[in-house]
Design a protein around this ligand. Sequence first.
Ligand code: SIN
Length: 485
Amino acid sequence: MAHGLIKSLRGTAFINGSWVDAHDGSTFEVTNPADETVIAEVANCGQEETKLAISAAVEALPAWSALPAKQKSTILRRWFELVTSNIDELAELLTLEQGKPIAEAKAEIAYGASYIEWFAEETKRIYGDTIPAPGPDKRIITLKQAVGVVACITPWNFPNAMLTRKIAPALAAGCTVVCKPANETPLSALILGEYALKAGIPAGVINILCGKTSEIGETLTASKDVRKLTFTGSTKVGKKLAADCAKTMKRTTMELGGNAPFLIFADADIDAAVSGLMASKFRNSGQTCVCANRILVEDGIYEQFASALKAATQKLIIGNGLDSNTSMGPLIHRAASNACRERVDISLREGAQLFWPDEIPADTSDNFAHPVILTNVTSRMAISREEIFGPIAPLTRFEGEDEAIRLANDTDAGLAAYLYTKDPSKMMRVTESLQYGIVGINEGIISNEMAPFGGMKESGNGREGSKYGLDDYLEIKYVCIGGLA
Ligand code: SIN
């Protein structure tokens, strides 16, 4: 069924409400990570098409930002309904190009749509202030106004939800957007354009194009017409984009890499901790920036926890995401599965022990990576310093609360952290000491549209979702009215 959707997209870019080819007719291939077959050819856009998209967004801005909130809300709501009523097709398309199990793909479409629904509601709640004035002849008010044209650059791990999490608040604030989704997964992004058109979102308000990544990125960051850039991806690329945006003083929202500690204290409910860890670690084959990256287990329960985790991990069924039995799909490409094998090899050379499986399967001819549990991992090993982005669970031992906090904060990242304990005082003490934007207490799945998603330190800035999610797309204009009687 999703193949029909691929055809209906005509493999093009979505600019100014139309489907267009690259000016030179060039295309790039999109492959299915489960079997590496080519599933589509997509317009290979560059500078020329990006400039067209920016012009379309500039032109559409005045009318869209002036549209009454209630009308914006109705249109966004229609978009939400179209996405949710086509969830099966969209999920199939997502699995085809991204690889995740179909149940996870459906959950992603629902998750992505929840941001559209949330911001369809929030657009009606963009309030200014009246502020006490310093003299009797004055009044002070604030207006909240759209930042302007926004560039949205999104990754392949959540090709639907990371885009809606940016487009929905931008449109709710009255901004227009030029989106550059990852080249690995353009179809789930482009199809959102099709439903946006059907929902009545005017031409030019949303523009989506893929292709020559650096050329598109450089055109977006250099443009004075683009007033904000929002990016989800690696810290390395985020730093480069932020530096480029500084040249025109663009506002930025940066959702960058994580290195999430997952703390399990000796008094924790071990079954709950294992199921929370399974959800956090192996969701999307370990390819999320909030995945448990360093599993820190208190000394007294280390062996018991490792065995319970092994029993749960052995039940994972690895395969093509379109097979409904599959609980873990392939990684996005060969480089990712090779990197996992290499990470395990390096860890073993550094002194970690292979706890499960007994031997790493030798085959390196596809994009699948076997889930791995490593024990005897220390905080100095490379695997503890880097974002893994794959299904490897490294277990490190700690003794007591102080060491747990010290190890947890011993990283430049600061996105998500997790802790399992039954002691309410410990929950609060540890949470308040963690240098992270998101903390899951006795919970492994922390993402939803009602909560502020975002990081501290080198994990970026800004918050997406929640009542704070509009702030990044709004300017505050202070108005002083004088000469009043
Ligand atoms: C991400 O990995 O970038 C986002 C994960 C999420 O929204 O839960």
